[in-house]
Write a protein that binds this ligand. Structure first.
Ligand code: FAD
Length: 458
């Protein structure tokens, strides 16, 4: 693709991976991002912590089955550190309301949930997981909460499902039953699998992808409009110096749908594609990172990660692969737990959260650093990641990733198998880069570029 210019909007994992792949086939790539840093929802926090430790405010855990991100790390010489080897525990309130550690099996909900979903999963597999099937449409219009009512679920099962807020970033009232069935239909009994994070911080990956771009990565540059008439693409961008225009042969759009729906595109996208982008919801998500003088949560054989339906959300160690006496606990609160966490933090700072971790032994250590990040308040994400609510027509899902002329779409929300994951972002960036290359070939790209100018052959 020598002599072909590609604009990429968004320097998160999807945009940076697309740029990496397009550069590797010779394209001239320019990446713009509204933030003053690359990485988007991959954001490693260092400044708030002592002893040179760090923790992830966004994407953190990498599952062994996520081959694209694992392969990319390997290609770039990054090391994946194994973490959470004792698996996940569960915290539930006892009859007096006090949180208590329980084995996952002991909650009674985890074993029964896949069994209660079995008929739905079977029907979904008969539809070969197609989201344009009436089988999917029928599940999609019901919320998980409605389904729990229909099956007269007991409080234990409801508690287990509520605990999945930290995973889906949506409460059972807001989540489509199809999203739950889809997740469990993937299950091979070992979900989640072995876990990793990138040694030195997940931002090592985005930094390694961003470095070769040099001045072709333009930060603090916001996409405000797109025109894709004729043989090229023009975008208007806002930056400190005002508004200016950039031209390219192709454009890869990796903005979260919450941001993409605000960018006027001329001529307009097909009605279904526009509706898919406009109707996709993003979950509320608050990450609280608490650094303690010692790792009081550790005990032989005990998990270092806990699911829960508590307002604090899911809890795990964020520093397992790091040296030092101190350690950081990561708390991820999704959906209404995100609101509850923020309320707890307001006024008292992290103090009440430390008290709420008493069941884990928080009195035995001193809090030495903290950071709270609410993604719904982030101006360039407006939510943690996408989720499907009962108002989303599932037959529209495939439109999120569908190219339109010279426009290509990537980002976690466009991925089918790995939506909501870093792997989905990487995979979608690779897919969009390959689509650009394929379209260019289909347009008879060699010698004459897509914008029509004759360029020398490499
Ligand atoms: C709290 C939280 C926890 C998570 N935990 C995990 C986890 O444990 N494991 C996992 O695999 N994944 C996790 N994820 C998901 C993962 O982080 C994301 O799926 C992935 O990083 C998304 O990458 P992306 O490139 O699609 O989007 P982004 O990273 O959001 O990139 C899009 C970019 O577009 C930019 N942008 C937006 N609007 C404009 C505009 N108008 N003009 C120019 N640029 C713009 C943004 O600044 C951003 O940099 C988590 C996410 C969150 C929020």
């Amino acid at each position: 693709m020598h002599g072909v210019s590609v604009l990429v909007a968004g320097a998160g994992l999807a945009g940076l991976t697309a740029a990496h792949d397009l550069m590797s086939v010779g394209a001239t790539v320019t990446v713009i991002d509204a933030r003053n840093r690359a990485g988007g929802r991959v954001w490693t926090i260092r400044d708030d912590f002592i002893d040179g430790q760090h923790a992830e405010a966004g994407g953190d855990l990498i599952d062994e089955a996520q081959h694209e991100i694992c392969g990319l790390c390997k290609d770039l010489g990054l090391t994946l550190a194994p973490i959470l080897r004792n698996g996940w525990g569960y915290v539930r309130q006892d009859d007096s309301g006090r949180p208590r550690l329980a084995g996952r099996r002991a909650t009674g909900g985890w074993d029964r949930l896949p069994a209660r979903l079995a008929d739905l999963i079977h029907a979904y597999l008969l539809a070969e997981k197609r989201w344009d099937s009436p089988i999917a449409a029928d599940m999609a219009r019901r919320s998980v909460a409605q389904w729990l009512d229909e099956i007269r679920a007991d409080e234990k099962l409801r508690g287990t499902v509520r605990g999945l807020r930290a995973f889906f970033l949506a409460d059972p009232d807001d989540l489509s039953l199809l999203a739950l069935v889809d997740q469990f239909a993937e299950g091979n009994g070992s979900w989640p699998g072995r876990m990793y994070r990138i040694k030195g911080g997940n931002d090592r990956l985005t930094a390694a992808l961003a470095a070769p771009l040099g001045h072709r990565l333009r930060l603090s540059t916001e996409l405000v409009a797109v025109t894709h008439r004729g043989r090229g693409v023009k975008v208007s961008v806002r930056h400190a110096g005002g508004v200016s225009q950039l031209d390219g042969d192709y454009l890869v759009l990796t903005l979260p749908a919450t941001m993409l729906c605000r960018v006027p595109i001329t001529p307009a996208l097909p009605a279904q594609q526009h509706a898919a982008i406009a109707k996709l919801r993003y979950g509320r998500a608050t990450k609280t990172l608490l650094q303690f003088s010692r790792r009081f949560w550790r005990a032989p054989g005990r998990p270092r990660a806990f699911g829960s339906a508590l307002p604090l959300g899911a809890i795990w160690e964020g520093t397992e692969e790091q040296r030092g006496r101190a350690g950081i606990l990561t708390l991820l609160a999704g959906g209404s737990a995100s609101d509850a966490t923020q309320t707890m933090f307001t006024g008292n700072g992290p103090r009440r959260m430390v008290e709420a971790l008493d069941w884990l032994g928080s009195r035995r250590a001193e809090l030495v650093g903290s950071r709270l990040v609410s993604w719904e308040a982030d101006p360039f994400a407006r939510g943690g990641y996408a989720y499907f609510d009962p108002a989303f027509d599932p037959s529209l899902r495939s439109w999120l990733a569908r190219p339109c002329g010279r426009l290509f779409f990537a980002g976690e929300h466009t991925s089918f198998r790995w939506q909501g994951y870093m792997n989905g972002a990487v995979e979608s960036g690779r897919r969009a880069a390959a689509e650009v290359a394929a379209s260019h070939r289909l347009l008879g790209g060699s010698g004459l570029t897509a914008s029509g100018s004759s360029r020398p052959q490499p």
